[in-house]
Write a protein that binds this ligand. Sequence first.
Ligand code: ADP
Ligand code: MG
Length: 250
Amino acid sequence: MTGQLEVRGLNVVFDGFRAITDLDFTVQPGELRFLIGPNGAGKTTLIDVVTGRTRPTSGSIRFNGTELRGRREHAIVRLGVGRTFQTSVVFEELTVLENLDLAASFRRRLPSLLRARRGTSAEVAEVLETIALTPLADRPAGVLSHGQRQWLEIGMLIIQRPSLLLLDEPVAGMSRGERERTGELLRAVAKDHTVVVIEHDMEFLRRFASQVTVLHEGRLLCEGTVAEVQADPHVQEVYLGRSSTREAAA
Ligand code: ADP
Ligand code: MG
């Protein structure tokens, strides 16, 4: 399995503001890694740098041994790095199936694009099953619930066959039931992909995370299992402390 990510000595500075400082971050092939940290910790910026959307000030980002720094976004996609955004990218007027077909066409070469599609391919059918949307394949994406829409986005990503998936807060705004199904979906996807998930819901982490990386103010604060991270006094102070205060206040 491929999908190893090695970030070394990463610095990102925006107009003098240090969004990421001296960050080392390694994800092994086939891992399901959770990335947590308070708002503004630099989580989305890290994904933006890996995917070529944001240029780092210094450092290196190696993916399967290839340096990504300096490459364009589409070139990084072609190397097998896929991501979701915090905002939705599905086409509401198109059906679930059409959205998946469209996403699949992004990786096809021109000749196969020109060839008319012959029904639902085995690949699309399999992705529909994985994201639990087979019964809704012919419905417009606009009718999907918030959770179903997120699953469609994940489906649109995996159909492009990335080996590394970077998911930015995929369970934000989901109901408890949708979160549970998303956690199971992530586990299934991680069987044949390397997955990095940004999420800060502790209940979700306790349920689905094994390895967790905690960022705080652009630096690596702590890394380990959920239990190790929760037991870390620094994490409790800057992250869990705040979150449990919020929980207590809620
Ligand atoms: P997180 O995803 O962990 O909440 P972000 O990575 O979005 O945090 O942001 C980290 C910090 O960098 C924040 O203080 C944010 O305001 C700042 N930041 C992010 N992107 C930019 C940008 N393009 N220009 C200036 N500041 C930015
Ligand atoms: Mg973010």
